[in-house]
Design a protein around this ligand. Structure first.
Ligand SMILES: Nc1ncnc2c1ncn2[C@@H]1O[C@H](COP(=O)(O)OP(=O)(O)OP(=O)(O)O)[C@@H](O)[C@H]1O
Ligand SMILES: [Mg+2]
Length: 502
């Protein structure tokens, strides 16, 4: 192994209007090293990597690739210098095929510059096969699931002889099986001597895959640790400047009357014969593997899918919910899993995004009360610790995690009767995660009925009064918070029915 870094960033400064995103950051990755980059939402991780990847030009500082000074004029330029970037916000063209996306800007050509389609599809299919993807590379990206889009984004990185590969929160929408494939790919890159940067808020992943950890805080470099010699607590301290307060034990909610009841609900082959109740003042956690049908149930309750059988009752009365507008009218809110696609208008400012659904409530006559909206925004900015220079900032300019907090704030601020949150802390840093858990508990204690869908077991165990375990579109078991533990929950979501069937 050589002692020349695969990449080195020196004293990088990057400012945006009102924000000093990077304040003289130095960072290096050795060949064959998987280097995790950690920090709170808005710490500057993506910005640092966008400087390296040619998306932003630094105000100050230098970049070296194998100790050769490099200026990254554009993402394609960076790629030609051996730096590839797998983005947090997917950057694919929906109207093109997977193959065209994989080789975008460098399609294989025959004489006279004509695209060599046969070679394109063959090469793309081979890369997708390496990623164990079963879809055809001719398929339009717009028709792929988020997870498959993510795989296309990864496939794109494998087309070049990379010196450094950057993964910016690559697992957010992957199933566990896809994660295993991704980690195989990363291990291959490591053995090929590629320098890998891995950004994630999931500590379990960081400790599984990385060799070294570097931490950013408020745009500054805070230090590096060797993964094998450290632990979560030390990393957290470096990230947020303190240990994580051990979360308060949950106070069991005072259960009120039944707010929502679902009887024998089915939706094609997505889920079947699902029945459950959620009381006012109660948090019910839905746990299961990706694809178990949890999101589809939420979407049905929110009027995004039509059930093929069964009933939905609110406060004991049967309701038909044909659209999200009707759902909102009945007091049901959904914080969606795919917040980028369904939750935000990136070109609009923070305040308007947060208060969008309730404009009618705040409108006095024809005029929307700006002051009332700003007050709502300020309240949730403080509670969710949203990092932004002010409410006028475009949501598209916030860091990934802070964008998510805007969506969560938007639905919380509507004070729904039934609140459904799908993967509430995906992409959220450890400190804010605890805050969101507390918020969910607070909502319950104020009498809201809350459904939390999550694939993180500690989260489900942490926030739920009751846990519903799903497997292949069915409810396998229901647990009270006294009964539930890691073992019986793992068994249930693997389809093992035990004595007590819901
Ligand atoms: N294009 C932009 N215009 C204005 N401000 C920006 C822009 N891009 C990033 N910022 C700001 O720079 C800071 C760092 O953002 P960055 O996206 O690098 O954070 P991050 O560490 O990746 O966070 P997350 O974990 O939430 O993804 C944030 O305050 C963000 O709002
Ligand atoms: Mg980021």
């Amino acid at each position: 192994m050589t002692d020349i870094p695969a990449l080195r960033l020196q004293d990088i400064v990057k400012t945006f209007p009102g924000v000093r995103a990077l304040d003289g950051v130095s960072f290096q990755v050795m060949p064959g090293e998987v280097h995790a980059l950690l920090g709170e939402n808005g710490a500057g991780k993506s910005t640092l990597m966008k400087v390296l990847g040619g998306i932003h030009q630094p105000d100050e500082g230098k970049i070296f690739i194998a100790e050769q000074p490099a200026i990254m004029k554009s993402p394609l330029d960076a790629k030609s210098k051996g730096v590839v970037f797998i983005h947090q916000e997917l950057s694919l063209a929906d109207e093109l095929s997977a193959a065209e996306n994989i080789y975008l800007g460098e399609l294989p050509r025959k004489s006279f510059g004509r695209v060599d389609w046969k070679t394109l599809y063959e090469k793309s299919d081979a890369i997708l096969a390496r990623l164990k993807c079963s879809f055809d590379s001719r398929k339009l990206v717009g028709d792929l699931s988020i997870a498959n889009k993510q795989m296309v984004e990864i496939a794109r990185a494998l087309t070049v002889d990379a010196k450094a590969v950057i993964f910016d929160e690559p697992t957010a929408s992957l199933t566990d099986a896809e994660k295993v494939v991704l980690f195989d790919v990363i291990n291959d890159l490591r053995s090929d001597g590629v320098g890998v940067v891995y950004i994630s808020h999931r500590m379990d992943e960081i400790f599984t895959i990385s060799d070294k950890i570097s931490v950013l805080r408020d745009g500054s470099y805070r230090g590096s640790l060797v993964t094998a010699d450290t632990d979560e607590d030390e990393v957290t301290k470096l990230m947020i400047g303190r240990s994580l307060d051990s979360e308060n034990p949950i106070v069991p909610a005072k259960k009120g009357p039944i707010a929502l009841e679902v009887q024998g609900l089915s939706c094609g082959d997505l889920f079947q014969n699902v029945s459950f109740k959620v009381h006012e003042g109660e948090v019910v956690g839905f746990y299961g593997l990706v694809g178990a049908g949890r999101t589809e149930i939420a979407e049905t309750l929110f009027g995004l899918r039509a059930p093929s059988a069964g009933k939905i009752l609110l406060e004991g009365k049967e309701v038909k919910i044909a659209s999200p507008i009707e759902a909102i009218g009945h007091g049901i809110s959904l914080v969606p899993e795919d917040r980028k696609g369904q939750g935000l208008v990136l070109g609009m400012n923070c305040k308007d995004n947060m208060t969008l659904p309730q404009i009618s409530d705040l409108t006095a006559g024809p005029f929307v009360s700006d002051g009332a909206e700003v007050a709502i925004f300020d309240q949730y900015r403080d509670r969710l610790q949203i990092k932004t220079p002010g409410w006028r900032q475009k949501v598209g300019n916030l860091s990934g995690g802070n964008q998510q907090k805007i969506v969560i704030g938007k639905w919380l601020s509507m004070a729904p009767k039934v609140l459904i949150v799908d993967e509430p802390t995906r992409g959220i840093d450890v400190g804010s995660k605890a805050e969101i858990h507390n918020l969910i508990r607070d909502l319950a204690s104020q009498g809201y009925a809350v459904i939390v869908i999550s694939s993180e077991m500690p989260e489900v165990l942490r926030v739920s009064d009751r846990v519903v375990a799903m497997f292949h579109g069915e409810i396998i078991r229901e647990f009270t918070s006294d009964e539930v533990n890691e073992d019986n929950l793992v068994q249930a979501i693997s389809g093992i029915r035990t004595t007590k069937v819901a």
